[in-house]
Design a protein around this ligand. Structure first.
Ligand SMILES: *Cc1c(COP(=O)(O)O)cnc(C)c1O
Length: 374
């Protein structure tokens, strides 16, 4: 679906520099350079590089105040890591329905659910049914298509709930707000990216926290480096931290990949147009397009079946998957809905009609930039 591309890059050169210099772990110039380049590209004031996107989510949630026993609101359409990062803190994913168009959390469904189940006490929002604090909202930019985070933020502010944006798939995706383009991840309190091998750029494994908030950035830096207080030789740690910092080798690859991102984005946009052209004349299917006033990085280009009958759609989708795999074209359906996985099926949830309706309608098409250059 999405292959990494190291051709005509400085990946070898920069990695070799790490090996030659001996700086291979979490100290070294490439980590800082990578963070600076990410800031330049996204317009974020701060970028904190960590070992992967799941870790970036877990650290972000902790920093906005998520603790064991709290609930965090997420959509059911996402990669499992979104829910797992919440569980890793001992907190509980609570599912909110999606907007059919963007596949991301629906601001209206969020509003309805919060109106119905919450009470505010001393400025803190609780779930009346479970008695648990609702300590964060975690929207996801699905396949690189921007979620309506502005509308979600308007709701969140009424309930004083912070927002962490899962922008793992959305490096190079933008939302237009008051005639300014804002990179995904920068409307909420913290945003996270992933650089796993299948993402738009890769560091092998890696992630980043994006934030414009100085205090949150410095806490992130501190906690990701074992909460060590700066000193020339003393090993003093002032709380329980994590060993989350991205290694230098990975960051070196990341810098070489960022040098190519505009090329990747251009090729992917072209691929999107080609798919759209060739598929638009076929009845009953469409290619997903980003919301108005947003720009997608086209990470995974998605085909949608439009037929009204659910069982017809499921049959068509299975047939397409079967035939394409027979020909060596490895199309993939969307992830199984998170609230249907064994570890999350008893979790709190609102009505999830839209997500359940979309489940079998979505097929991801091969989306690697190199398809274009071949
Ligand atoms: C890839 C991904 C993650 C996790 O990132 P890793 O780097 O693989 O840990 C989280 N959320 C979403 C939506 C993703 O696509």
């Amino acid at each position: 679906l999405h292959e990494p591309d190291f051709k005509d890059t400085n990946a070898w050169k920069y990695t070799k520099e790490c090996l030659d210099s001996g700086w291979v772990s979490s100290a070294g110039k490439w980590v800082n350079t990578f963070e600076e380049e990410i800031c330049k590209f996204t317009g974020s004031k701060h970028a904190i590089a960590v070992t992967n996107g799941t870790v970036a989510l877990r650290l972000s949630l902790y920093i906005v105040g998520v603790r064991a026993g709290d609930e965090v609101l997420i959509p059911p359409i996402s990669f499992v890591a979104t829910a797992n990062a919440i569980s890793h803190l001992g907190a509980i994913p609570h599912f909110i329905d999606i907007d059919t168009n963007s596949l991301a959390m629906c601001p209206l469904a969020l509003q309805r659910r919060l109106d119905k189940i919450t009470k505010i006490k001393d400025g803190i929002c609780y779930n009346k049914n479970t008695g648990r604090k609702i300590s964060a909202i975690l929207p996801v930019h699905v396949f690189g298509n921007p979620a309506d985070v502005k509308a979600i933020k308007n709701v969140a502010q009424k309930y004083t709930i912070p927002i962490v944006e899962d922008a793992a798939e959305a490096l190079g995706s933008w939302i237009k707000l008051d005639s300014k383009n804002i990179h995904c991840g920068l409307i909420g309190d913290i945003g996270t990216l992933s650089f796993n091998g299948n993402k738009i750029i890769t560091t092998g494994g890696g992630g980043v926290l994006l934030t414009n908030d100085n205090r949150k950035a410095s806490i992130a830096r501190h906690l990701s480096c074992t909460a060590k207080t700066p000193h020339k030789w003393e090993f003093h740690h002032d709380q329980v931290g994590w060993n989350d910092r991205m290694p230098n080798i990975n960051a070196a690859i990341g810098v070489s990949q960022l040098e190519k991102i505009n090329d990747f984005l251009k090729k992917k946009l072209k691929l999107f147009s080609l798919y759209q052209e060739s598929i638009s004349s076929i009845e009953g299917i469409e290619i997903l397009t980003p919301r108005v006033n947003t720009k997608s990085n086209n990470w995974l280009i998605t085909l949608r079946f439009l037929h009204s009958k659910g069982y017809e759609v499921q049959k068509q989708s299975e047939e397409l998957l079967f035939k394409s795999h027979q020909q060596g074209i490895l199309l993939r359906p969307v992830w199984k809905l998170l609230h249907k996985l064994p570890m999350y099926k008893k979790n709190p949830k609102g009505s999830l009609n839209n997500a359940e309706d979309q489940e079998y309608r979505l097929i991801n098409l091969p989306s690697s930039p190199r398809i274009i250059s071949k």
